[in-house]
Design a protein around this ligand. Sequence first.
Ligand code: HEM
Length: 67
Amino acid sequence: MNNGIRQFHRWVSIVFTLTVIANFVVMGFGHQIMWVTYAPLPPLFLLLFTGLYMFALPYFTKSRAAQ
Ligand code: HEM
């Protein structure tokens, strides 16, 4: 389960990076395409939640071990 979350975060980070690169490419051509501009936001949200989950994980396992 946790490994699945980590893999998911990993692959979504690639998608996020590609959407950011797409933004620079579109800007480089002097255009602004609305859906490209906002394309990084959905993967960024997924990264935020899975990232915060991974951040909190060690604290959960520690408190469980202390009991
Ligand atoms: C948006 C908020 C984000 C949060 C809160 C977050 C948090 C984290 C955390 C806690 C880890 C695990 C570190 C560890 O204990 O080993 C991690 C791993 C990682 N993060 Fe994020 N992250 C975020 C966004 C991003 C973004 C924007 C990228 C890249 C575009 C990214 C790429 C990665 C990669 C490649 C890993 C390693 C995954 C692995 O171990 O296989 N993250 N992140």
